[in-house]
Design a protein around this ligand. Structure first.
Ligand code: DGJ
Length: 699
C-alpha cells in the first residue's frame, strides 16, 4: 500500500524502494521521522520521539518539521512566513484532518485562531519511486492575509556534514557542477531573474561522499520556471533542513477573502545506491510523467539549424541551398533561427514584429517551406515571444507593454526589453501571433528563446504587497501562453531555449519537448555540460549539435568524428555551414547521422550510465542501455606517453547473459559479468580520439 496511516497520527508513504514517514507529535507539530530505504512496518515509528526539552534547548529547534512557520521562536529558515491583517506574523496550527485517496495524501493544518488553512499534498508514484509534494494556502475569513514566503516542501535529513549539489553557470558555461559541504549555516541557490536562468537550477541533490553506484542521495526538482530558491541549512541540532520553492525574495501574495495560493510541485526521491539510480529514476519519470504526450514516445528528429551558418542573414536562396545539403546529410527537420522577421538584421531591432521579412523572403515563407518539405524534412522556426526591441513597430505602438519604472530609463539586456506578461493584452498578443504563424504556415517545430532576464517589475499592482506578486504572475502567464499554443497546435514540436540552457527545469518540461542546454557547442566543453545536465534531465531533452571547427566561442579545433559523437550523446542536431565545409567533413557527418538514426532509440530512451568523467578520469565515457542493447561513447582528449589501452567497465548488463560487442570494427563475445567486472580494453590514441561501442545481447 503506498500510503498507510497509523492511529490517525503517523503517516507512511511507500514507493517500491523507499519510505517517507512523518507524524503529528505530542505538541501537535507535523514531525518528519524518516526518509530512506523502505521500512514497511509503520508501528515501528510509534515511539521514536526522542526530543527532550530543557531550559536551554527548545524542543521545536530539534524538530524536523514537514511545514515550519516563521515565528513561534523558530529561527531556522522556515516553509511559511505570513502576516495577518492585525500584524500577527506566525502560523500556529492544528492538524485538522487528512484524506487518503489511493496514492494521494492531503493533510490540513488550520490556524488555531485565524481563518487560515494550509493543505499539504503528497502524491506517491510507487513504481517510479518518486513523491510529488505541493501546498495550498487558503484565506477562509474576511480580512486580507499576506504570504511573504510559501515554499513547496521542507525536508529534514538527520546527520551532519552533508553536501549539496547544484549548478552555477552563465551563458556559454551552463551546468557547472558544485558539491559543497555544509558544516554549518545555510547554502542558498536562487534565481531572481524571472526565469530559471543559468545561475542555478531548481533542484537539489544531498549526499555524503556518494558516488555513481554507492551512497545515499536525497534529491528533488521543482516544476517551476520562475524565481526559485533552495535553502539547505545545517542546524545546530544535527539535521539538515532543506527547503525548495518559489523564492521569497521580492515575493508576497495577498490572499483576499476566499483566495488560495498553490505552490509549484516538487518531485523528490531517495537513492540508496548513488547518483546513477537517481538519474535513472528522474529520467524515466520525466519522460513518462511530465513530457508532453504528443512527442513523449517518439524519438526526436535529427535537426539542422542554420543559426551558426548564417546568423541574422537568413535569405531565401541561401536557406534553400542549406536545406538541400541538410537533407543530403540526413537531417529530418530544417530550422531557421533568428533573423527571418521584421527588419531583424542584428539584435538591436524587430523583436515583437513577428511577420516575415519581405526583403529576405520576397514571396513569403511558403516557397522555403515547400522546398524543405519536398526534401522530406519538417520545417521549424525561431521565436522570442516575451521580448521586444525599442526599434520595433510593437514597441512604437505599445510603449507601455514593457516592464519599466517611472523616472528611470528602461533597462536593456541584449538590447531588448522584457514584455509585461502580467498585462492581459500582452498575453493575448503572444497567443495570437504564435497562433497566426502556426495557422498560416506549415510549421512543425518552434524554438522558443528568451534572451534577457526580467527586471523593473515592482510598479505593477495596486499595493506594495501586490506589486511583489508580479514574478509569480509572470511565470504563470508564460505557462498560459505556451499551454494555449500547444492546445491549438498539438502537432507542433517545441524546444525551450533561454540564451542556451536558461530554461531547463521540470516546469518547462510540461510544455516543451526538448531543451537547448547551451550556446556553447564546443564538443569538449559540451561533454562536461552534458554530464552535469544528465544528473536530473534526460538525454532526449538535451539537443546537442555539431558545428564548424574551430569553435566560435573557444577557438578549439576538434575532429569531426569526435564532435559528432559528442553530439550523438543527446538528441542530435547539425549547425555547420554546409555551404562551406569540406566534402570530407560532410561525408563523415552524413555517415554518423545514419549511425545515429539506428541508435537514437537507445540514446534517447535508454538508461544512462556515466562510466568515466573528465572531472576525475583520463577519459570520458557514457553508456546508454535499453533492454539488451547498448551504446557506449568514449572520448580521449589528450593522449599521453603513447598510452593507447584503457580499461572500461560497462554497467547495467546481466551477469549470465552473453553479449556481442562491436568496437573499432572488431567483434567480441563476452559475458555480462566479464564486461562489468573485468571490463573491456579499448583503444584510444592521441588527441581527440573517440569510440562508439555497440552492445548486443545474444538471444
Ligand atoms: C540565443 C540562443 O541560445 C541561440 O541558439 C540563438 O537562437 C540566438 N539566441 C538567436 O538570437
Amino acid at each position: 500500500m503506498p500510503i498507510q496511516v497509523y492511529e490517525n497520527k503517523t503517516f507512511l508513504l511507500n514507493t517500491e524502494k523507499t519510505s517517507y514517514v512523518f507524524k503529528i507529535d505530542k505538541n501537535g507539530i507535523l514531525n518528519h521521522l524518516y526518509w530512506g530505504r523502505k521500512i514497511d512496518e509503520i508501528k515501528d515509528f510509534e515511539d521514536s520521539e526522542i526530543h527532550r526539552e530543557n531550559s536551554y534547548h527548545a524542543c521545536i529547534d530539534k524538530t524536523m518539521e514537514e511545514c515550519s512557520s516563521f515565528g513561534m521562536m523558530r529561527y531556522k529558515e522556515t516553509s511559511i512566513k505570513l502576516r495577518y491583517s492585525d500584524g500577527v506574523g506566525d502560523f500556529r496550527y492544528q492538524v485538522t484532518g487528512y484524506e487518503v485517496n489511493n496514492n494521494c495524501l492531503l493533510v490540513t493544518l488550520k490556524d488555531i485562531f485565524y481563518p487560515f488553512q494550509v493543505t499539504l499534498f503528497y502524491e506517491v508514484f510507487e513504481k517510479e519511486n518518486i513523491i510529488k509534494r505541493y501546498r495550498k494556502a487558503e484565506n477562509l475569513g474576511e480580512s486580507d492575509i499576506v504570504l511573504e514566503r510559501f515554499y513547496s516542501a521542507e525536508y529534514g535529513i538527520p546527520g551532519t556534514s552533508y553536501e549539496l549539489i547544484n549548478f552555477n553557470g552563465t551563458w556559454g558555461a551552463e551546468f557547472k557542477r558544485y558539491s559543497d559541504k555544509i558544516n554549518a549555516g545555510k547554502k542558498v541557490y536562487e534565481s531572481l531573474r524571472g526565469s530559471t536562468a543559468h545561475v542555478a537550477n531548481p533542484c537539489f541533490m544531498i549526499h555524503k561522499d556518494a558516488e555513481e553506484d554507492r551512497g545515499e542521495v536525497y534529491y528533488g526538482a521543482l516544476e517551476y520556471s520562475g524565481n526559485f530558491k533552495i535553502v539547505a541549512e545545517a542546524t545546530p541540532y544535527e539535521y539538515l533542513n532543506v527547503l525548495i520553492g518559489v523564492s521569497d525574495t521580492d515575493f508576497s501574495w495577498v490572499l483576499k477573502s476566499g483566495d488560495c495560493f498553490e505552490t509549484p510541485a516538487v518531485y523528490c526521491g531517495y537513492s540508496g545506491s548513488g547518483f546513477a539510480e537517481m538519474s535513472h529514476t528522474m529520467h524515466r519519470f520525466c519522460l513518462e510523467e511530465l513530457a508532453p504526450k504528443a512527442f513523449a514516445e517518439k524519438p526526436l528528429r535529427v535537426l539542422y539549424n542554420s543559426w551558426y551558418a548564417t546568423l541574422f542573414d537568413v535569405r531565401f536562396e541561401e536557406q534553400v541551398k542549406l536545406a538541400k545539403k541538410a537533407a543530403g546529410i540526413g537531417a529530418e527537420l530544417f530550422v531557421i533561427d533568428d533573423g527571418w522577421f521584421g527588419n531583424r538584421n542584428s539584435d538591436f531591432s524587430s523583436l515583437g514584429d513577428w511577420y516575415v521579412s519581405k526583403v529576405k523572403f520576397p514571396e513569403g515563407l511558403n516557397p522555403l517551406i515547400e522546398e524543405v518539405n519536398k526534401l522530406n524534412m519538417g520545417f521549424g522556426i525561431w521565436i522570442e515571444p516575451e521580448m521586444v526591441n525599442e526599434d520595433s513597430n510593437l514597441y512604437r505602438e505599445h510603449p507601455d507593454w514593457v516592464y519599466q519604472y517611472p523616472n528611470r530609463t528602461i533597462l536593456k539586456g541584449r538590447n531588448q526589453y522584457a514584455l509585461n506578461l502580467t498585462k492581459e493584452e500582452v498575453v493575448q498578443f503572444m497567443i495570437q501571433f504564435i497562433d497566426v504563424l502556426l495557422t498560416e504556415y506549415k510549421i512543425d517545430y518552434i524554438k522558443w528563446d528568451m534572451n534577457r532576464p526580467v527586471g523593473e517589475t515592482s510598479v505593477c499592482g495596486e499595493t506594495p504587497e501586490e506589486r511583489k506578486e508580479v514574478w509569480v504572475k509572470h511565470t504563470r502567464n508564460f505557462y498560459r501562453v505556451i499551454n494555449e499554443c500547444r492546445k491549438r497546435h498539438p502537432e507542433v514540436e517545441f524546444e525551450a531555449c533561454a540564451s542556451g540552457g536558461g530554461r531547463v527545469d521540470l516546469g518547462a518540461m510540461r510544455y516543451f519537448d526538448e531543451y537547448w542546454p547551451s550556446d556553447n557547442v564546443d564538443a569538449l566543453d559540451r561533454l562536461e555540460i552534458q554530464e552535469s545536465y544528465s544528473y536530473i534531465y534526460p538525454a532526449k531533452y538535451m539537443r546537442a549539435w555539431i558545428t564548424d571547427t574551430p569553435d566560435g566561442l573557444t577557438n578549439r579545433k576538434i575532429p569531426v568524428t569526435f564532435a559528432m559523437r559528442s553530439a550523438m550523446c543527446g538528441s542530435l542536431g547539425i549547425g555547420n555551414n554546409l555551404n562551406t565545409i569540406s566534402n570530407q567533413e560532410a561525408e563523415e557527418i552524413k555517415k554518423q547521422v545514419a549511425v545515429y538514426k539506428k541508435i537514437r532509440n537507445i540514446v534517447q530512451f535508454g538508461k544512462l550510465y556515466r562510466l568515466k568523467s573528465l572531472t576525475k578520469d583520463e577519459f570520458h565515457a557514457v553508456q546508454y542501455q535499453k533492454d539488451g542493447s547498448g551504446i557506449v561513447f568514449s572520448f580521449l582528449i589528450n593522449g599521453r606517453y603513447g598510452k593507447e589501452h584503457y580499461n572500461l567497465k560497462f554497467k547495467g548488463l546481466c551477469n549470465e547473459s552473453n553479449y556481442r560487442i562491436s568496437a573499432n570494427e572488431t567483434v567480441y563475445e563476452k559475458s555480462g559479468a566479464y564486461l562489468m567486472y573485468h571490463g573491456l580494453d579499448i583503444v584510444l590514441k592521441g588527441d581527440y580520439d573517440s569510440q562508439m561501442i555497440e552492445i548486443i545481447k545474444d538471444r
